[in-house]
Ligand binder design. Structure first.
Ligand code: SF4
Ligand code: SF4
Length: 186
């Protein structure tokens, strides 16, 4: 972690720091599970997780910069800021960064907590003023595969829905298999 990011974490509001601690704890738990396995199995799982990074990047390329998301700037349920990444980014991070989602990210060296969090609490930890702060390779499959009615309509116009659905399903299934191999539950 860079010193600037460490400083930002220290000066973040209490709720953000608490959520970040929880996230780091979940990531540590994944590493502990991995560390308990034989070396060959560790290498196998790391290899499988690394293969998912280009899948994540391809999905984000297909869904890049949707117009509907810049218009859907809903505040958090508890009255926080209204930012791009509306309704679907305004919940808590806990529901999204569950152990099964985190496992392939951590094993691929793409732990979300390695990235800067949003300075104020407005739903998910990574919900920034210009949208999600996480690069594609660190985004959960739940986010990458999310399709509300407005987004589905916009992406339908781009003709990318069939490929997107196939990749999102593959990403989720392969991620679940890694989680199962580590004995994790969502
Ligand atoms: S995916 Fe849908 S719910 Fe989420 S920000 Fe975009 S338009 Fe809003
Ligand atoms: S990780 Fe990014 S896309 Fe997913 S809920 Fe958080 S801000 Fe939204």
């Amino acid at each position: 972690m860079s010193w600037l990011r460490a400083l930002r974490s220290l000066t973040a509001p209490r709720a953000v720091r608490a959520e970040l601690r929880r996230l780091r704890g979940e990531e540590r738990a994944v590493r502990l599970r991995l560390g308990a396995l034989a070396r060959a199995e560790r290498l196998r799982l790391r290899g499988l997780a690394a293969e998912l990074v280009p899948l994540r990047e391809r999905i984000l390329a297909l869904t890049a910069r949707p117009r509907c998301c810049t218009r859907c700037a809903a505040p958090t349920p508890w009255g926080g800021e209204a930012l791009p990444g509306g309704l679907c980014c305004s919940g808590t991070s806990e529901a999204i960064f569950n152990p099964v989602e985190l496992a392939p990210l951590v094993l691929a060296g793409r732990a979300p907590s390695d990235h800067a969090v949003a300075p104020s609490r407005a739903g998910c930890l990574f919900r920034g003023a210009a949208g999600c702060l996480l690069p594609a390779g660190s985004r959960p499959s739940l986010c990458l595969g999310h399709l509300c009615r407005e987004l589905a309509a916009e992406l339908h116009g781009r003709g990318v829905i069939p490929e997107l659905l196939e990749l999102a399903e593959e990403l989720a299934a392969r991620g679940r298999a890694i989680g199962e191999a580590l004995g994790l539950e969502p």
